[in-house]
Design a protein around this ligand. Structure first.
Ligand code: CTP
Ligand code: MG
Length: 239
């Protein structure tokens, strides 16, 4: 198959892990369901995926006992599959990929985006897809580290200054070939390795993962103060 044919026939699927509990936020409901600038955090995270015409369908991975959002249909006009999450984020993504079995081809692209990242700029998503669509395995949005880094003891004493040269913050979306990512996640699971993003599973499987520079304001809502920051970012993005 030529590169041009490859580009024409492969499809793009989004997988959105939204099965976490948000334990680092002191809130009654998981952070993806909290309101943010008039809609939910989840709605904000889905909006750029929804607006990207190359994405054929969305797999939303929610907790099996999720009491907050059982009607997900209004969140998207695309083909929507709802899957159940697992104990760790990587289990949830693995379940999301399983839900695409028989639907996605091995070479199709899977775009994994955290439900807790409501500030993804559409241009970053477009840039990620444009940059990686001819890549053999895929890569992720990331931002270079600019601050000086310290390693500290549990008591907050500085142990050393860490060289930041070549260090990047891993963001989402992360975009990988369906078959390769499925196999890499299965391999890390079988090896008992915990990975906190898809790229780490691909790295452990020996693939050359590509970084694509993205905006540093594509933050993950983790603590309560992040919600206020996200609101400012969204107002500035104007999308
Ligand atoms: N996630 C998931 N399944 C899990 C754990 C996390 O789908 N078992 C999702 C979260 O819903 C979130 C994303 O993975 O969209 C990133 O995880 P994180 O920021 O750690 O969210 P939580 O696990 O919900 O937060 P915390 O770690 O503070 O409990
Ligand atoms: Mg977590």
């Amino acid at each position: 198959m030529t590169a041009d044919q490859d580009r024409l026939s492969v499809r793009f699927w989004a997988v959105v892990p939204a099965a976490g509990r948000g334990s680092r936020m002191a809130e009654a409901m998981p952070k993806q369901y909290l309101p943010l600038a008039g809609v939910s955090v989840l709605h904000r995270a889905l909006a750029p995926l929804e607006a990207e015409p190359r994405i054929a369908g969305i797999v939303l991975v929610v907790a099996p006992d999720d009491p907050f959002g059982n009607d997900y249909r209004p969140l998207t006009s695309k083909s929507l599959i709802v899957a159940h999450g697992g104990a760790q984020r990587c289990d949830s993504v693995g379940n999301g990929l399983r839900a695409l079995e028989g639907e996605a081809d091995e070479q199709d692209w899977v775009i994994v985006h955290d439900a807790a990242r409501p500030c993804l700029h559409r241009d970053d998503l477009t840039g990620l897809i444009d940059t990686l669509c001819s890549h053999p395995c895929g890569g992720l949005l990331a931002a270079p580290v600019h601050d000086t880094l310290k390693r500290a003891s549990s008591g907050g004493a500085v142990l050393e200054t860490v060289d930041r040269a070549g260090l990047w913050r891993a963001l989402t979306p992360q975009m990988f070939r369906y078959g390769l990512l499925r196999d890499a996640l299965a391999m890390t699971k079988a090896a008992g390795r915990d990975v906190t993003d898809e790229a780490a599973a691909m790295e452990l499987a020996g693939h050359a993962v590509q970084l694509v520079e993205g905006r540093p304001d594509n933050i993950k809502v983790t603590r309560s103060a992040d919600l206020e920051q996200a609101e400012h970012i969204i107002a500035a993005l104007g999308q």
